[in-house]
Design a protein around this ligand. Structure first.
Ligand code: MSP
Length: 660
């Protein structure tokens, strides 16, 4: 059996958790779940880093003692994780006695081996960074570039770890193990760091005269450990080093997950510390980029700190988790915006995934009384090309996920989701039903349901709640112990004919972004408006008041009159810069300025095919941002097998002519 040990950084408790902490922890959780799904024995660790000047300062500011303060903030982290679906096996705090003991044992061991020594030192110290800086670290004004304050000149004797001694070994280790630090850009960054010159030895202590909130050095009670030597050791403390069973089982299967801000401590300090202590080093250091907000770092002073719980409450946990993994290219920075989240939710989750489930379930009820039909042959999909596509998609998903290419992995899975939606259109079950071709219909519906079951399984690491809801809707339970992922890629036919399905599915109701400015509202209110939206698009209704399609019923003529349908001439159709399937279309509706409409037509049309065409536009829809571009209407179109046709007038009419 394979094993997998995954860690997050232990977070400082000088501020409450935000989007950045949530991202690392959700990525680590998804990876832990993925390994569990693959059948690996998995251990997942997170926790809090509670010593150091920063914490003392934050406690002072909050008017409490360091201990009261760290207890309170650590609890905020610990309590947040279950809300975000995090399945950590342990939560470690550096103020726990178990940790103090391990830190002291390792310090003593490295000291006894001669790799820790006392040295008088004079240098420029930045209290914000909690470290000495050199002249070349400072900006043009002589300030710390991060904290914008001049460092203090201080002189003191401190203990140093002989890190330079291990520089050659570290470089060789990185060269011999290409995926020790990944993605490659960070490996290269570390290699060039090591090529730049001799590594400085690492200062690992603070005199108690300056800091008492730390772990005392076992060989000199006038000192406490410097924050990194203390913090990094958490990873082995939690496994019960030196003789814990977990340590024996998991240490050689260690993957650390961090962001680029703490690359050097993890890529240089930590492996050399381990080497000096005679411990094997970790397997992989996985380094991701930063979430930015409007291209700027999140910070309390800018007031742009994104709170994970608020997003979870507004959009649902799984949509939030999906967005984070889908949107950030692992290793690169990414920009967070609620607009982008809503765009993904509506496009990928409501339109693609949610719609697939609600359509197929509804059809199975209509044609087979809500039971999985028995196909002629159960072990092969009705359409071999779709079967091939599904195998490839699932195989790519698994490979890419294991390589931390989460966005591409999900894209691969969505190729299958979209192919299944197209398969519904192309195989037209309603026509098969009407023509009484029951065997064919059973084959099509079984293929859809069985493929949906696979999608539900594979998406579990990212969207556990949704996966569990989907498997339940398909008449099963989510039993991790019974999943054989390899077999699910290769084989078809796991779904039992005769299984009773849920009555309906409304996984991801469409959502609207909270509006920033008052938008012109169509006269319609409440039900009638939602009914129009749901019916017009054949999709789930708004989150605020979901309306089941069955309940829509008949509308009044006055309801129809509320729609302002107009014919317009397309002036241009440019690809949306941030969405592969959308055009940003300018339409002449006979108004003062062209109307901008964002339309999902790119799968079927080239921009030049649209220019000059007359189209029918819903002209009184409330404006809606779609991936950063506001849409002021909707172009009407009809899907057909393998494509789409635009609605138009049978002859040329003046732009802006009303449809009645
Ligand atoms: N206590 C140290 C880590 C010690 S590990 C032995 C620390 N703590 S921290 O609270 O500052 O957390 C830093 C980590 O939080 C980053 O490495 C990353 O995992 C996460 N993030 C914080 N802000 C982030 C973004 N804006 N974007 C993505 N992740 C970020 O450093």
């Amino acid at each position: 059996m394979s094993r997998f040990f995954i860690t997050t950084p232990i977070y400082y408790v000088n501020a409450k958790p935000h989007l950045g902490h949530a991202y690392t922890t959700i990525v680590a959780d998804s990876l832990a779940r993925f390994h569990r799904l693959c059948g690996d024995e998995t251990f997942f660790l997170t926790g809090t880093d509670e010593h150091g000047d920063k914490i003392v300062q934050a406690a002072e500011k909050a008017g409490s003692t360091p201990q009261q303060y760290v207890d309170a903030v650590s609890a905020q982290f610990r309590d947040l994780w279950p809300e975000l679906g995090i399945t950590n096996d342990d939560f470690i705090r550096t103020t726990e006695p178990r940790h103090k003991k391990v830190v002291q044992t390792i310090l003593q061991q490295v000291y006894d081996a001669g790799d820790i020594y006392l040295k008088s030192y004079e240098g420029l110290y930045c209290y914000g960074c909690e470290q000495f800086l050199t002249e070349k670290d400072l900006d043009a004004e002589g300030c710390c570039p991060d904290h914008k304050v001049p460092p203090a000149k201080i002189s003191e004797a401190n203990y140093f770890f002989r890190m330079s001694k291990y520089q050659g070994w570290l470089k060789e280790h990185i060269l011999a193990n290409p995926d020790f630090i990944r993605p490659e850009r960070y490996r290269n960054e570390v290699l060039s760091m090591l090529d730049m010159g001799v590594l400085d030895d690492l200062c690992i202590s603070r005199p108690k005269t300056r800091l008492t909130w730390g772990i005392e050095l076992p060989f000199d009670s006038d000192y406490v450990t410097y924050v990194w030597f203390d913090a990094l050791i958490n990873y082995v403390t939690a496994l019960g080093w030196p003789d814990g069973d977990l340590f024996a089982r998991f240490w050689e299967h260690t993957d650390h997950m961090v962001a680029k801000d703490i690359l050097k401590p993890h890529a240089v300090f930590w492996p050399t510390m381990l080497k000096a202590a005679g411990l094997p080093v970790y397997q992989h250091l996985n380094v991701h980029g930063y979430w930015l907000v409007k291209d700027t770092k999140m910070s309390k002073s800018l007031g742009n700190v994104v709170e994970p719980l608020a997003l979870k409450d507004r959009y649902g946990l799984d949509a939030f988790r999906y967005f984070l993994l889908r949107e950030m290219r692992f290793g690169r920075d990414a920009s967070f915006s609620e607009e982008a989240l809503v765009g993904r939710l509506n496009a990928d989750l409501a339109n693609d995934l949610g719609n697939l489930f609600s359509r197929v379930l509804a059809m199975t009820h209509k044609y087979f009384g809500g039971q999985v039909p028995a196909p002629g042959t159960r072990t092969a999909p009705a359409d071999p090309a779709l079967g091939e596509l599904a195998r490839n998609a699932l195989e790519n998903y698994t490979t890419l996920f294991g390589r931390l290419e989460f966005g591409q992995a999900l894209e691969s899975l969505w190729e299958l989701v979209r192919a299944l939606n197209k398969y519904v259109d192309a195989s037209a079950p309603w026509a098969l039903f009407k023509e009484g071709r029951t065997d064919e219909l059973a084959g099509v519906m079984y293929t859809l349901l069985e493929s949906m079951r696979k999608v539900a399984l594979f998406v579990w690491p990212v969207m556990p709640g949704t996966a569990e809801a989907m498997t339940a809707q398909l008449g099963g339970g989510f039993d991790l112990a019974r999943v054989d992922l390899d077999a699910e890629v290769r084989e078809f036919g796991g779904l039992e004919p005769g299984t009773a399905l849920a009555a309906g599915s409304n996984l991801f109701p469409r959502v609207d972004l909270p509006r920033e400015e008052p938008a012109p509202q169509p006269a319609a209110k409440g039900k009638a408006k939602e009914a129009k939206e749901a019916k017009g698009k054949g999709k789930a209704a708004k989150a605020s008041a979901p309306v089941a399609q069955d309940a829509l019923g008949v509308i009044d003529f006055t309801d129809f009159q509320k729609l302002d349908l107009r014919v317009g001439t397309v002036l241009s159709a440019e690809p949306h810069p941030d969405a592969d399937r959308l055009f940003v279309v300018q339409v002449d509706l006979g108004e003062e300025a062209p109307r901008q409409v964002v339309a999902g037509l790119r799968e079927f049309f080239q921009g030049e095919d649209l220019t000059g065409r007359q189209v029918v536009v819903v002209a009184n829809l409330a404006p809606r941002p779609l991936r950063g571009k506001t849409s002021h209407g909707m172009i009407l179109a009809v899907r057909r097998e393998g494509g789409m046709e635009l609605l138009t007038a049978s002859g040329p009419v003046a732009p802006g002519s009303k449809v009645s």
